[in-house]
Design a protein around this ligand. Structure first.
Ligand SMILES: Nc1ncnc2c1ncn2[C@@H]1O[C@H](COP(=O)(O)OP(=O)(O)OP(=O)(O)O)[C@@H](O)[C@H]1O
Length: 253
């Protein structure tokens, strides 16, 4: 369970990223975080794997106070909380399978890394992950030969291969066309349902958020202004979430 109690984040320049956030997310939930640009969506996601440190409040993941983790413990913790970015973060000139295997490097010693000695188990895990996102046939192709949607699936497979309990995704489909974005969201949903991984996605497209997530958390100016099941999000609630700050647009795809 991810639990935030009175969590705030004030950046060094004084900007308030998060303002007194309280939430609990159970294992296996599929949650979309929505809100206008600058609302604090990325900040919220990034505090959960400590890419951003909170400035006050309590933040626990499965009972562990993650604000107290030291370097080695933090590295270990981050393996249980995978992160997927809009820009894929893959090495373009190597094969797909090598990119996925890179997620296993954290478990290896120096010599194993130096000679790229991946175990059979590592390779099996990597291939299974590629299979789960539907691109096993691309395993030995150079990564930069794939489309954007396929690269995002590789990124998803790489994260899956580290066997995390939680998947955090920061605008994972923002760079994709609507059809491809739906395909990638289908992958997230499949992983969520079949493997009971918690999925927490920060997403601009309200339509996709409502279609795929079971729960919506809406943020405005660093505060939660809605937290509830997707099917309870009405137009009035959307109008409130997106009031004025973005000129009336609500990010619909
Ligand atoms: N490193 C930083 N230093 C100072 N202010 C920051 C930093 N990162 C984010 N902010 C500010 O914190 C607020 C929340 O930013 P955040 O990136 O979390 O919003 P967001 O909802 O993810 O926006 P977007 O949809 O545009 O990515 C914004 O006002 C932003 O300018």
């Amino acid at each position: 369970m991810i639990k935030m109690e009175h969590v705030s984040k004030v950046y060094p320049n004084g900007t308030v990223g998060l303002d007194d956030i309280n939430l609990e997310i159970e294992q296996g939930e599929f949650v979309a975080i929505i809100g206008t640009s600058g609302a604090g969506k990325s900040t919220l996601i990034r505090t959960i794997n400590r890419l951003t440190d909170i400035t006050s409040g309590n933040l626990t993941v499965n009972g562990t106070d993650i604000t107290k983790l030291k370097r080695k413990e933090l590295r270990q913790f981050r393996r249980s909380v995978g992160m997927i970015f809009q820009s894929y973060n893959l090495v373009p000139r190597i094969s797909v399978i090598k990119n996925v295997l890179n997620s296993r490097v954290a478990e290896m010693n120096f010599l194993q890394v130096l000679f790229a000695q991946f175990s059979k188990e590592d390779k099996k895990m990597a291939l299974e992950s590629l299979n789960r996102v539907g691109i096993l046939d691309k395993a030995y192709i150079r990564t930069d030969e794939l489309s954007g949607g396929q690269q995002q699936r590789v990124s998803l497979a790489r994260t899956l291969a580290q066997d995390p309990q939680v998947l955090l995704a920061d605008e994972p489909v923002a760079a994709l066309d609507p059809v491809t974005a739906n395909e990638v969201m289908d992958n997230f949903k499949k992983i969520n349902k079949e493997l009971n991984k918690t999925v927490l996605i920060n997403i601009h497209h309200v339509d996709l958020a409502l279609k795929y997530a079971d729960r919506i958390i809406a943020i405005r100016k660093g505060k939660i202004v809605f937290d509830g099941p997707s099917d309870q999000v009405t137009q009035d609630i959307l109008d409130d979430i997106y009031q004025k700050e973005d000129g009336g647009k609500n990010g619909k795809a």
